[in-house]
Write a protein that binds this ligand. Sequence first.
Ligand SMILES: C[S@@+](CC[C@H](N)C(=O)[O-])C[C@H]1O[C@@H](n2cnc3c(N)ncnc32)[C@H](O)[C@@H]1O
Length: 253
Amino acid sequence: MEPHVTAETIDSMKAYYRARAAEYDEWWNRQGRYDRGSEANARWFAEANEVYNALDALALAGDILELAPGTGIWTERLARTAHRITAVDASREMVELNRAKVANTQVEYVLADLFTWQPSRTYDAVCFGFWLSHVPSERLDAFLQMVASALKVGGTIFFVDGRREPTSTAADHQLPAPETELMTRRLNDGRSYEIVKRFYEPTALMGRCGAVGLEVAVQETATYFMYGIGKRVPFSVGARSYALPDRLAGDIK
Ligand SMILES: C[S@@+](CC[C@H](N)C(=O)[O-])C[C@H]1O[C@@H](n2cnc3c(N)ncnc32)[C@H](O)[C@@H]1O
């Protein structure tokens, strides 16, 4: 049976990111407690570039939904090609940093909890960076269903997350044991929070995506990251997805 993650843990994760907002980018930039030495840092940046290149190659245009945008590391890139971005995050502090960094009036920010938020329209693409590993396994199918419902048929999904690698996190953090999904995170001032951290296995993840009509290929960089790129397919039944003949596909769009 999948472990049960309580509402307290979901709340603790929101509180953690609100409190962490101002120091969040230290992780991505390998500073302070996230500095793992020049060799590991160089590997991190090289692999981050691989993922940037994969996203840039998609040149996502149109109307984009970004989930859990945080300080804007990915929003900034998406804004280069998007016509419009809707960015949904639970943290006011993250949203304010994102707004200042991205400084683009085409981005609309929505403050909401992604475990209850539902889209009111469909988008050309849905993207999320380093969010999937915060979705407990028992909530993954509902989350992916929400993503599928937010995508136009043929629309693109892009996500990136971390692989299980101890040097990806701060030196004073310990990753959760395999098959468990809770870990303790610390801030620079020593405060600690329990959060969800689930490392999904690529093949299983592709299966869960396929079950809701998201045909996704998940790739891994050598050490640190995995990223998924795919499309919402026209029609989905049970655990398999089927493409309808063109003459029918038009009717269900
Ligand atoms: C690991 S950060 C990812 C930020 C950004 N996408 C990136 O890649 O740097 C996780 C983000 O999820 C947000 N978050 C945490 N719990 C949430 C929830 N229940 N609903 C919506 N956003 C949440 C946090 O505020 C934070 O911005």
